[in-house]
Design a protein around this ligand. Sequence first.
Ligand SMILES: C[C@@]1(CC(=O)O)C2=NC(=C\c3[nH]c(c(CCC(=O)O)c3CC(=O)O)Cc3[nH]c(c(CC(=O)O)c3CCC(=O)O)/C=C3\N/C(=C\2)[C@@H](CCC(=O)O)[C@]3(C)CC(=O)O)/[C@H]1CCC(=O)O
Ligand SMILES: NC(=O)c1ccc[n+]([C@@H]2O[C@H](COP(=O)([O-])OP(=O)(O)OC[C@H]3O[C@@H](n4cnc5c(N)ncnc54)[C@H](O)[C@@H]3O)[C@@H](O)[C@H]2O)c1
Length: 198
Amino acid sequence: MKFYPIHLDIKNKPCLVVGGGKVAQRKVIKLCQAGAAVTVISKELTPDLKVLNEQKQFKYLNRHYHTGDVNDFFLVFAATNNLELNKQIIRGAKSKQVLSNRINGVDEGDFILPATCQVGDLHIGITTQGQSPALSARMRRYFMQKLSTLTPEEIEAVADVRRQMLISDNEKDKVDMMTLVDEIIHKIESNPVEPDKL
Ligand SMILES: C[C@@]1(CC(=O)O)C2=NC(=C\c3[nH]c(c(CCC(=O)O)c3CC(=O)O)Cc3[nH]c(c(CC(=O)O)c3CCC(=O)O)/C=C3\N/C(=C\2)[C@@H](CCC(=O)O)[C@]3(C)CC(=O)O)/[C@H]1CCC(=O)O
Ligand SMILES: NC(=O)c1ccc[n+]([C@@H]2O[C@H](COP(=O)([O-])OP(=O)(O)OC[C@H]3O[C@@H](n4cnc5c(N)ncnc54)[C@H](O)[C@@H]3O)[C@@H](O)[C@H]2O)c1
């Protein structure tokens, strides 16, 4: 296994995205959803990033990357279309022990992002260890279709019974919880996938 799978709590943690294109946008949206304190450095922004900037979802520095910009960040994303610059950003981050993601290739940088799909608190993360992103993207669409039959409330119901079980230490609560889990698995199994939507 090349990469260690982890779900990181980045609430209020300072995260830097260098670049304002389509790939940077994907990173920024997920960082904001996870409650990070996001800074974006780029002279250009996609239309969606412009809207998020107007909503003050992140701190925007409308300029090119400068050496030293990575200092004091928790995570850094080198997401420009300039391969040499992305390498330089990763080197800068490494010299400051800041964890970094490079969108081109996996040999530099400390982590890569999985393709994800979710229903409520159930999240599925898919990676090919950076080798076949197109396969990850397709697998995500497969699981999105499979999970589309579930609701956040059904996922929450399992957590509710578990909380009850932890208080009561009652065998019946455990059976109830496993029944709900079985129902979820059954719904997923019996939900057919439409291949032309993958
Ligand atoms: C999962 C997802 C998460 C995210 O980005 O948030 C993600 N790529 C996504 C989309 C996507 N990627 C690509 C396309 C173009 C069309 C296509 O091919 O389909 C699209 C579609 C689009 O852009 O719309 C091509 C591509 N990707 C990378 C390269 C390498 C390079 O540039 O050298 C190339 C070009 C060469 C090639 O094709 O190989 C590199 C990476 N991409 C990764 C993640 C990491 C490894 C993930 C893994 O382990 O599998 C890694 C290493 C870096 C990273 O961490 O970012 C997201 C899912 C979107 C979804 O869920 O639908
Ligand atoms: N990881 C992935 O999922 C993935 C997917 C598709 C493509 N790619 C690769 O990622 C790269 C970026 O793709 P994109 O679609 O976001 O490109 P894009 O052209 O839409 O965006 C590039 C961004 O980089 C910014 N930039 C350039 N020089 C900069 C500098 N000196 N300082 C700050 N920002 C700077 C630009 O302002 C622009 O916003 C491409 O090279 C592509 O090969 C990666």
